[in-house]
Write a protein that binds this ligand. Sequence first.
Ligand code: ES4
Ligand code: ZN
Length: 317
Amino acid sequence: MPKAELHLHIEGTIEPELVFSLARRNGVALPFETVDDLRRRYVFDDLQSFLDLYYLAMAVLRTAQDFTDLTDAYLAKAREQGVRHAEIFFDPQAHVSRGVPLSEVVAGLTESLRTSKERFGISTRLIACFLRDRGPQEALETWEGLQPHLAQIDGVGLDSAEVGHPPQLFEPVFARAREAGLHVVAHAGEEGPPEYVWQAIDVLGVERVDHGIRSVEDGALLKRLADDRTPLTVCPLSNVRLRCVPELSQHPLPRMLDAGLLVTINSDDPSYFGGYVGENFVALQDALKLDDAVLRQLAADSFRASFLPEAERDALI
Ligand code: ES4
Ligand code: ZN
């Protein structure tokens, strides 16, 4: 099934083999001996325990070429899974904070994305995320750093450790991004409460909510999201691996669909969570016994929830 991927952290696509080959290429020492040692650590208690490994492994990404190779590897994998359009997150602060210039990061990513349609049949967008646990002041500084690169960037997002870092703190930087004509999205209601989803839509003015699964705890919020047709980018395997949901058979997706929400299926950090977007669809089908018609609807809605112009979107459905 043709589909769009709307919630994908490019740093979360790095497979253990690439971690080791880039470590060797760049002379970066790793605290694991082998690919299997690294893979054995892919067992998480919560979002933070994942983020610790995610930030550690991405230390091998140092040059523009590394970011190009990473993105090419993702696009090749995505093509095999029927992805025809991808809106890709990256974390500028996670690289700048360890001495990699933003210009290297953006040049490397865009070198791959520039020709993604010709090489892989995948149109793309690029979304820069602010790391909420580094606070609103650093987000504003990051926004300043992004200014020379805005022609390459389609939107901003908000990610990393959620609880204790509510969306409303980031109102100033999101206001600037909206004024600059960028798209705006935010992770909310993954581990954090429904109140954070309210803040993402009412204070940040987001066009999509990333995750948003805890919205099912608040009936008024469900009604608002349904009335506005605000898309939610749901990542089923991620939610189980990070223990936001005890098992896939108990995932809130059916309740979200019953409430009339516009939902899409995505992979989040596929290297870490046991599957790319196709595997997320298959796992859902097995665990929740969704009809083929519902799966087709989810795939079609991924284009409707995208930032593609309407004509391009309709041509893909
Ligand atoms: C993330 Cl699963 C998830 N949640 C929040 N921030 C993230 N960054 C990368 N993956
Ligand atoms: Zn995410």
